[in-house]
Write a protein that binds this ligand. Structure first.
Ligand code: UDP
Length: 332
């Protein structure tokens, strides 16, 4: 299969971006990371050059596209905390929307026409039915989800008006870490379930707060579709090839099609670590739908993508060493 040789990866210093850079490099594609390091980490940029810059600085993006003779873009760079977006919505609109406007302007300026965009299941809001396929109405219930939806609309409009071609990938819950142990999951602050449960198990964080036990689900806790970050990375590679081979503009879910509840995730963490996860049961977290599970069929048909690392224990086991290491460091 064909694929462009030089890719600009915005947000390549972030969790999913860095895993994607590794997969690109493995496939013989050169990733150039463009990242302002506001949330990303310099030390995970290991598979190609790093351009430190802000996407909203269009001149800087243009220079990077030209200097590295970029052929296509994968766009991860965005603020991505639902809770923070509820408290600081304009920060999210400024960063995520202005970043996209600037990026698309820079790409048009230099004639780069292919983009893979990291969208989110948060664009669906509270779905009327499950599993969620791409015909499910998109009614986001928080500013983060709205910024992702507006970015999808920008792509659609720009594609209709000009030469742009895109794949928008709507991730469900990214989980796990590089199975070879070269990079892990690291957010500051950490708000995600699996890292927080691991930190609670290893004693490097407080007891895990379980947000809501009265949801209309079998055990009363929220259900999510966790997808291994290494699988997400592979999906981006497939999306690039799809565009290079002339594939039509596409928005597709990336999930496994299997759901796991918060209590099931905790049980997996306990099995993998052999430790108890201390928990406190708390009220629901605002903005959390009860259940989000993907219908992954479209990505399978159009991109030939299927998640391989589907086992929850496997995802937790790949993430765990990063948190075990910090536990050992604390004990020194
Ligand atoms: N969750 C929880 N306690 C936490 C963090 C998350 O109970 O400290 C729950 C959250 O309510 C949701 C699920 O775990 O149902 C996954 O949350 P996460 O923040 O990891 O991802 P999100 O679904 O918000 O993208």
């Amino acid at each position: 299969m064909t694929a462009p040789a030089r890719i600009l990866v915005t947000g390549g210093a972030g969790y999913i971006g860095a895993h994607c850079c590794k997969s690109l490099a493995r496939a013989g594609i050169a990733p150039v990371t463009f990242d302002n390091l506001s949330r990303g980490h310099r030390d995970v940029v290991k598979w190609g050059p790093l351009e430190v810059g802000d996407l909203r600085d269009r001149g800087a993006v243009v220079r990077a596209l030209i200097r590295h003779r970029i052929e296509a873009v994968i766009h991860f760079a965005a603020l991505a905390y639902v809770g923070e977006s509820m408290v600081r919505p304009t920060l999210y609109y400024d960063n995520n929307l202005d970043g996209m406007v600037s990026l698309l302007g820079a790409m048009a300026h230099v004639g780069v026409t292919q983009i893979v965009f990291s969208s989110s299941c948060a664009t669906y809001g509270v779905p009327q039915s499950l599993p969620i396929d791409e015909t499910t109405p998109q009614n986001p219930i928080n500013p983060y989800g709205r910024t992702k939806l507006f970015c999808e609309w920008m792509l659609r409009d720009a594609a209709e008006a000009g030469d742009l071609r895109y794949v928008a990938l709507r991730y469900f819950n990214a989980a796990g870490a590089d199975p070879e142990g070269e990079i892990g999951e690291r957010h500051t602050p950490e708000t995600h379930l699996i890292p927080l449960a691991l930190m609670a198990a290893y004693g490097t964080g407080p007891a895990l707060r379980v947000f809501g036990t009265d949801y209309p689900t079998p055990d009363g806790t929220c259900i999510r579709d966790y997808i291994h970050v290494a699988d997400l990375a592979q999906a981006h590679l497939r999306a690039l090839r799809y565009l290079a081979e002339g594939g039509e503009n596409l928005a597709a879910n990336l999930g496994t099609g299997q759901g796991a509840s918060v209590l099931e995730v905790i049980a997996a963490v306990e099995r993998v670590t052999g430790r108890k996860v201390p928990v406190s049961f708390e009220a629901r977290r605002p903005g959390d739908p009860a259940e989000l599970v993907a219908d992954p069929g479209l990505a399978s048909v159009r991109l030939g993508f299927r998640a391989h690392h589907r086992d929850l224990d496997r995802m937790v086991a790949d993430a765990a060493p990063w948190f075990a290491v910090s536990a050992k460091e604390l004990q020194r």
